[in-house]
Structures are given as C-alpha cells and as structure tokens.
Write a protein that binds this ligand. Structure first.
Ligand code: HEM
Length: 214
C-alpha cells in the first residue's frame, strides 16, 4: 500500500504542477478541438480569471509552492537530518496555504465554472482544508507531533484532490454523461472524497498505538 500511496502522491503532484504551468502560460487547445474541461472552459471561464488577477496569481503560484514544499516536508530524511529547515519551511507553508486556500475559496464564490453546486463543494473543501491546516499548526505548537502529522496529511490530500479533479474530469469527459460544467464540480467532489478516504485509511494503518495529549 505504501508504494501505491507514494506513486499516487507523486503522480497527482506532477498533475498539480502541470496545471499551474498550463494556466500561467495560458496554454489552450487549437480551435475546434474539444478537450476537458470543455470548450466553454477555454472560451468563457479562462478569460473570467482576468477579472481577479491578484486572486488568480496568489492562488496558482502559492498552490504550486504548496505542492513542492509539502513534498519536502513529508520526507522523513529531511525531518531527521534538517529539522531547522522543516520548521522554517513549515511556517512558510502555513502562510502560503492560508492565502492559497482563502483565494481558492474566493475564486469558487466569485467565478465558479460549475455554478452554484461548485460554490457549495468549494466552501466545504476550503473549510476542511483551512481547518486541517490550523489543527496541524495547533498540534505542532503543543509538540503533539503524531496529531500534527495526521492533520497535515489531511490538508495535503485536499490540495492533491484539486489535481485529482483534473484527472477524473479528463477520464470521464469523453463519456459526455453530464454537461461539462456539472462534470467539473462532480469530479472535484469525487476527487476530494477519494483522496480524503485514502488518507484516512493510511492514517489509521500507520497511527502509533499510544498518542499522548489527543
Ligand atoms: C494544492 C494546490 C492547488 C493547486 C496547484 C491549484 C491550482 C489551481 C489552478 C491552476 C487553477 C486554475 C484553473 C486551471 O487552469 O486549471 C485553480 C482554480 C481554482 N482552485 Fe485551485 N489549486 C490548489 C488548491 C486549491 C484548494 C485547496 C482549493 C479549495 C478551496 C482550490 C480551489 C480552486 C477554485 C475554486 C478554482 C476556480 C475553479 C473554477 O474555475 O471554477 N484550489 N487552482
């Protein structure tokens, strides 16, 4: 199971970084080519980000930073040998994740491609993301390291779920089961449920028997 988790985390991290680069460099498909999340996404949704350039760039750049920094933070060898780096980078990750989560929430409220249902899904996802982050911070301040690790894993898995959304949307898009806008929020919800469930299984499998202060 460890190998499966490592491969999935690596794959979703690459997808997340590619999504950031594709958005930053505004890569769009040739005219007439229907690729996910659909033609309306490229013709209508992408230009709407320009109405909120600060939110757009804060979210996307810090999202990329969050993924890369989290990969370093979860390395046991880094924590064992360079605990100072883990602490300094950890503080930067908390600040970046607060801004990234808040800007993601704002984008979901202001310009949701999937309309009202996306607003609900994003509000729930952003709430869980920020709650997990703050719980992780709360526990590390009290030196409750096992709990800190668990809440950071939940927080990271919600971040990776956003990349999972791209993957699921890409896989289900050719079936054309529902309108493109609906597929967007449905796959976001599905990706978050899958990522959080897998994380819970992994947390329970690796949880120490005795956890002081929980
Ligand atoms: C983990 C890091 C994250 C990365 C790398 C990331 C990346 C991106 C990118 C690149 C976009 C622009 C859309 C695109 O071109 O694909 C975007 C939009 C968005 N992100 Fe994130 N994101 C992350 C985390 C989150 C989180 C935790 C939330 C939850 C609040 C969130 C909510 C949103 C929303 C609501 C949009 C607008 C979607 C729409 O167009 O309807 N993101 N994100």
């Amino acid at each position: 199971m460890k190998k499966f988790i490592q491969i999935s985390v690596g794959f979703l991290s690459v997808v997340g970084i590619v999504a950031v680069l594709v958005h930053l460099f505004q890569v769009t498909p040739p005219k007439g080519m229907a690729i996910p999340p659909g033609p309306e996404w490229f013709s209508e949704q992408l230009p709407r980000y320009k109405e909120h350039p600060i939110l757009e760039h804060v979210h996307i750049l810090l999202g990329g930073f969050f993924i890369l920094a989290a990969l370093v933070q979860f390395q046991p060898s880094v924590r064992a040998r360079y605990i100072r780096i883990h602490r300094i980078l950890g503080r930067l990750v908390v600040i970046a994740a607060l801004l990234m989560g808040a800007s993601g929430f704002m984008l979901g409220m202001l310009i949701p491609f999937g309309g009202f249902p996306e607003r609900i899904v994003v509000a729930a996802g952003a709430g869980l993301f920020l709650y997990s982050l703050l719980r992780a911070f709360y526990h590390v301040r009290r030196k409750q390291i096992p709990q800190h690790r668990e809440w950071m894993m939940r927080c990271f898995s919600i971040g990776l779920g956003v990349a999972g959304n791209r993957v699921l949307d890409g896989l289900l898009y050719p079936l054309q089961l529902v309108p493109d806008r609906d597929l967007f929020w449905i796959t976001l919800l599905l990706a978050w449920v899958i990522c959080l469930s897998a994380t819970e299984v992994w947390i329970r499998k690796t949880r120490p028997q005795f956890r002081p202060g929980f």
